[in-house]
Design a protein around this ligand. Structure first.
Ligand SMILES: [Fe+2]
Ligand SMILES: [Fe+2]
Length: 368
């Protein structure tokens, strides 16, 4: 299989990105029994490991015209004269690049989660949290693996987009351990979950559905981990320290909402980038999607106690304050059910395959 680097349409991408670190690695020499909820989460993390190679049927393919079989409305550009002027081949190429760009950001974000989870293992003071975070490291490696395999089927891949890179850079450089949680488990994973669920639910291609459903089943544990840790930690900080966290959150949310524009695709395909981006931001679908992105962030922010009037005002201005009432555990339960539904389908398919082969064998034997 080709390395993804060969699939980047942008020339001269650095093969490696390094972020300097200046934090303390903490050992916990108490070895106590750990907090009950944290140890429960750790146990779940161990019990629910899975293998990306065997759980997913990788023989399934993506379509040539519309790889993940998603509606054209999801690309803002489909409302523009630019799209109307394209012939069928150019439209297919646009879908391929748009969907590969999205999937690439998922995969790049997963590698960022892998690195951040490993940083948490080192930095977090308590051993039970280190135990849990170590299961997350393995989960994130598997997510990178799964998205990479999916991307190889597109035949094109994109590097990490700049706005995401900026946020990841901040999460890694900050020497305060909770900031890695805040940037990764709350903001990036929150956005990712909304984006994954969107593909899981609108794509008609079963491979794309499965990869997203299985990844999401793990992500709910990651969010629960961040929530549990920060909910206990934030009341111990001063108001000034909490204010700093809130400022970071507001800035990060605006940044991710307004800067995630996929300019790279339009440039590569030689399209009028400004016009396409403008259409994208104005399209009804994207406006809805941009606010839905916060469905899984706002309730967690409120729950961990970063909920001053200031942050509420910012979320009100963004039009996402009502998400504070989201029933988060119902969403997580649904994510889990969706993954189990795919397990059932796969089990049935395997069974049918075995029966078909047996029936064919019987037929051959009878003819002889
Ligand atoms: Fe992940
Ligand atoms: Fe995660």
């Amino acid at each position: 299989m080709a390395s993804l680097r060969d699939l980047y349409p942008i020339p001269d991408i650095d093969p490696c990105w390094t972020v300097p670190q200046g934090f303390e690695s903490a050992f916990d020499w108490e070895y106590d029994d750990g907090r009950k909820q944290m140890m429960h989460l750790y146990q779940k993390g161990k019990d629910m490991q899975w293998d990306a190679l065997s759980r997913i049927d990788w023989d399934e393919q993506l379509g040539a015209e519309n790889p993940m079989e998603i509606p054209d409305e999801t690309q803002g550009i489909s409302y523009t004269p630019v799209w109307a002027r394209m012939d069928k081949k150019e439209q297919a190429e646009m879908r391929q690049h748009f969907q590969a760009w999205t999937t690439s950001q998922f995969m790049q974000g997963e590698q960022a989660a892998l690195i951040c989870a490993a940083k948490i293992v080192q930095q977090v003071p308590d051993l039970d949290a280190k135990f849990y975070a170590s299961t997350q490291v393995m989960d994130e490696a598997r997510h990178v693996e799964a998205y990479k395999k999916l991307l190889q089927k597109f035949g094109v891949a994109y590097p990490m987009t700049k706005p995401l890179q900026t946020l990841v850079d901040q999460a890694l450089r900050d020497s305060r351990w909770d900031m890695t949680y805040l940037a990764m488990q709350v903001v990036i994973e929150g956005l990712a979950l909304a984006a994954f669920s969107n593909i899981r639910d609108i794509a008609k291609n079963s491979l794309a559905q499965q990869v997203n459903a299985y990844v999401m089943q793990d992500e709910s544990r990651h969010v629960a981990f961040g929530r549990l840790t920060l909910k206990e930690y934030y009341p111990q900080l001063t108001q000034k320290e909490r204010d700093e966290r809130e400022e970071f959150l507001v800035e990060a949310c605006y940044h991710m909402r307004d800067r995630f524009e996929a300019r790279e695709i339009y440039e590569i395909l030689d399209l009028p980038a400004d016009e396409c981006i403008q259409a994208q931001f104005e399209s009804g679908y994207l406006q809805h999607f941009r606010s839905m992105l916060f469905q899984r962030i706002v309730p967690i922010v409120r729950d961990v106690g970063l909920w001053s009037d200031k942050i509420q005002a910012a979320y009100r201005e963004m039009g996402v304050i009502d998400f504070a009432q989201t029933d988060y555990s119902a969403l997580s339960a649904r994510d889990n059910e969706r993954a189990e539904e795919f397990d059932e389908i796969n089990k049935r398919k395997r069974q049918e395959y075995v029966e078909d082969v047996a029936a064919l064998g019987a037929k051959v034997a009878a003819a002889e």
